[in-house]
Design a protein around this ligand. Sequence first.
Ligand code: SIN
Ligand code: FE2
Length: 213
Amino acid sequence: MNADLFAETSPAERLGPGTMLLHRFAESKAAALLNAIDQITAQAPFRHLVTPGGQRMSVAMSNCGALGWVSDRAGYRYQAIDPQSGLPWPPMPACFALLAHSAAEQAGFAGFAPDACLINRYTPGTRLSLHQDRDEHDYSAPIVSVSLGLPAVFLFGGLVRSDPVKHLTLQHGDVLVWGGPDRLRFHGVKPIGEGLHSLLGMQRINLTFRRAA
Ligand code: SIN
Ligand code: FE2
């Protein structure tokens, strides 16, 4: 696939041995991405999952691709069937897979072929506590995270929960890629601030592409 398609406006910032922040990498594709998100969430609506401990998550989630990430009283896992509809998750649109592949390549991870895309929706006040992405089968593929809408302060820690945490501002269109030696870094999102985005209104949507199987 062609990384040049995305090369127009993408200053890249290296934040770790396996971490790159590609500023505004997805900005010119935002309208197409949002259109696809509308179609996906018409079939698999955003919902608030419950953690294994019984807490309702403040982030609303959906998925597309062969596998979707879910949480309930039984635990965290990936599964091919949306538990709410009993149907497979909507397929991953070509524009999603192309964007994720191109961003990964730009960050030094050639050949990324995600089989799962978690779609997170935040409104002002919504946060995501510090965690590692460790439900995937192998950690050789990176995580590719696309931010749309309201800005977020992303918490980027180390490999141990108690490591110092950097605060990164993720703007509309930014793509953060972490993999290799950084693949298991702790991360989270501070409560989203009030605001009105020209395309998304009072929302932030994050797409997180993974190789789950
Ligand atoms: C996640 O860790 O799954 C989402 C991170 C984000 O929303 O930026
Ligand atoms: Fe995560």
